[in-house]
Design a protein around this ligand. Structure first.
Ligand code: ADP
Length: 595
């Protein structure tokens, strides 16, 4: 039978599908032509079929490399259930089992052999493979080979030898998440030879994204969401094992059927909970991110994050578990500004500075995503170097939001005119420092304290000014030029002239402008973040000396320090509440923090 006819017959007879999905047929054709292939298709896009179908047309065996035993097991089970001969070799099997599988492979009966990357790199496996009639290699979750991806695995790196060992065998790499940078990495690390690169659209129309929601009243917000998803299957991701168990208990007490899943559970329990969820014995699985890779439950209707994910890649992959069947599904991201610090703390153990910085930028980037007012789908598409117009009605940033908005026109004008008055020559920190009347030497040496905008913006913390800057960049009123310098765009003129107002979601600012106006009358403004750090230092010292904290410095003095930011002894002595004696005792310790 001609290959073309055969393709469609197998698609229908074995896989039960009437048509190929987007790009599937192109992928199948590349494989049938023995071409190297890199396929980037969202979760649920149907990647497995692309290598499984050609294997059934070809005579030999296909070798599939996959990062997780559970993932391999699922795939093997699914193939076996279709009467297709498939098996895997893993560290979990006995020598006897392994040798049986090897015999089966030698006999030519086996169509698929799944291997871990560690296993593939051993001399004995390479020798075994040399004796087989291999169709092609499949590298699943291929982004794991890139250090610039989000799930780099050392064991994947050695897959770079594959092409050298088997120069005539095609390699087909698959992933759901790849920026252009990662795509280049995959091609070069795997030494792909003139590969066909197929990249699907990032946009998953059937997923409605609610993000940008600060975690306020926690479980209540969650319950409002769950009330729209009665009796539907969903995953709730939380940041720790402890929180997993606590939320699970709460849900069960409140009439939901939920189970937990995390690495701290004994394996049999984990497997049971997994199965009970897949088989609809419970609706909800409350899990850490240990859960999900390889889950092939197609009717998951919702995914909730109760804290910030690690990166946009992780987020995209995790929400991708919803709606694999193409039916409408909804995802919700609730987060806290403190999540950033928590996520960054996980990076402390990484020694490679460049890699650590890279991961830290990913955390900043997901935070920016979550707090932005731009279309969430468009942001994700752009992140993965794809283009998309605003989704219009598939995310809550696009839907007319009923959330309260603050008018920040006046503050925007302050920022823009500071940038203008300093000839568009400075970066974010410098501009904000001028507005907040910083006494830093660099600023004073430049005469910034003579500008009319100096010290007019103390009613916002530095963090809040950053948020306003972010908003102006989103709206393309500002952009970043060479050397991280802020530049005005043509739109800036309209704002400066007062022809257009700027609004921001009230939740993006820590305190709404109205509240701030009230507060300002009765309080004193200062850098709140710095104040917090000074307070921590103060209580450390108080503990050491066994004295009450106020004996060291009063709150008021700390607030003055957080506002005036002295940088040496002389400037510190000018701060209300700091005398010679206190300076000798504590001055340097506080200066270290301020500086
Ligand atoms: P991925 O590996 O890309 O996440 P899968 O290969 O697991 O996706 O496929 C996701 C779902 O789509 C599966 O339930 C599969 O049966 C289904 N599917 C794959 N190809 C087709 C097709 N051509 N038509 C209909 N459904 C398909």
């Amino acid at each position: 039978m001609k290959k073309d006819l055969m393709k469609h017959k197998i698609l229908k007879d074995i896989f039960g599908h009437n048509d190929f999905r987007e790009l599937q047929e192109d992928g199948v054709d590349a494989i049938l032509n023995n071409q190297d292939l890199l396929m980037i298709l969202p979760t649920g896009g149907g990647k497995s079929l692309v290598y499984q179908l050609p294997t059934l047309i070809k005579d030999g065996i296909s070798i599939v490399v996959s990062p997780l035993i559970a993932l391999m097991q699922d795939q093997v089970n699914a193939l076996k259930a279709q009467n297709i001969s498939a098996d895997m070799i893993s560290s979990a099997q006995s020598e006897m089992e392994i040798s049986e599988i090897i015999n089966l492979a030698h006999s030519g009966e086996l169509k698929f052999l799944y291997l871990s990357p560690e296993r593939l790199n051993t001399g004995s496996t390479i020798n075994l493979l040399r004796k087989l009639n291999i169709n092609f290699f499949v590298i699943d979750e291929a982004h794991c080979i890139s250090q610039w991806g989000h799930e780099f695995r050392n064991s994947y790196r050695a897959l770079g030898n594959l092409k050298g060992n088997f120069p005539d065998t095609a390699i087909c790499a698959f992933t759901a998440t790849s920026t252009n940078h990662v795509t280049k990495d995959i091609v070069s690390e795997l030494c792909l030879d003139n590969p066909k690169i197929l990249k699907g659209k990032v946009f998953r129309k059937n997923i409605f994204i609610s993000a940008g929601r600060r975690l306020k009243n926690g479980y209540k917000q969650l319950e409002d969401f769950l009330s729209r998803h009665n009796n539907e299957s969903g995953i709730i991701y939380v940041s720790s094992r402890k929180k997993t168990d606590a939320l699970c208990e709460y849900l069960n007490e409140n009439g939901y059927k939920a189970l937990s899943y995390h690495a701290g559970l004994p394996q049999h329990k984990r497997e049971k909970n997994f199965k009970d969820f897949v088989n609809d014995k419970v609706e909800i699985i409350v899990a850490t991110i240990a859960f999900g890779m390889g889950i092939d439950k197609s009717d998951i209707r919702f995914v909730v994050h109760m804290s910030l994910p690690k990166s946009q890649e992780n987020y995209y992959q995790e929400i991708g578990r919803a709606g694999r069947d193409g039916e409408d599904s909804e995802v919700l991201l609730l987060f806290n500004a403190a999540d950033i610090a928590l996520q960054k703390r996980f990076l402390d153990e990484i020694i490679d500075v460049a890699y650590k910085t890279h991961l830290s930028e990913k955390i900043d980037s997901i935070y920016k995503f979550a707090t932005s007012e731009l279309c969430f789908h468009k942001q994700l598409a752009n992140y993965f170097d794809d283009t998309l117009d605003e989704c219009k009605d598939r995310c809550d940033n696009c839907l007319e939001s009923d959330e309260k908005r603050d008018d920040i026109t006046k503050e925007s004008q302050m920022l823009l005119s500071t940038i203008y008055k300093t000839n568009q020559n400075f970066g974010k920190n410098y501009i904000i420092d001028i507005l907040r009347g910083s006494k830093e030497q660099k600023l004073l040496a430049n005469g910034a304290d003579n500008l009319s905008v100096y010290n007019i913006g103390t009613h916002f913390s530095k963090k809040e000014w950053f948020v306003i800057l972010e908003r102006l960049m989103e709206l393309n009123i500002l952009n970043i030029g060479e050397f991280s310098v802020l530049k005005l765009t043509n739109d800036a003129v309209n704002i400066l002239k007062g022809n257009k107002n700027i609004y921001i979601k009230a939740s993006r600012l820590q305190i709404s402008i109205k509240e701030k106006k009230i507060k300002q009358k009765e309080d004193f403004s200062y850098d709140e973040e710095l104040f917090e750090s000074l307070r921590v230092k103060r209580s450390e010292l108080a503990n050491e000396l066994s004295v009450p904290a106020y004996i060291i410095f009063s709150d008021k003095t700390l607030k003055h320090l957080a506002n005036e930011k002295p940088y040496d002894k002389t400037s510190m002595l000018q701060v209300n509440g700091v005398g010679e004696k206190k300076y000798e005792q504590f001055g340097k310790k506080f200066l270290e923090i301020i500086n």
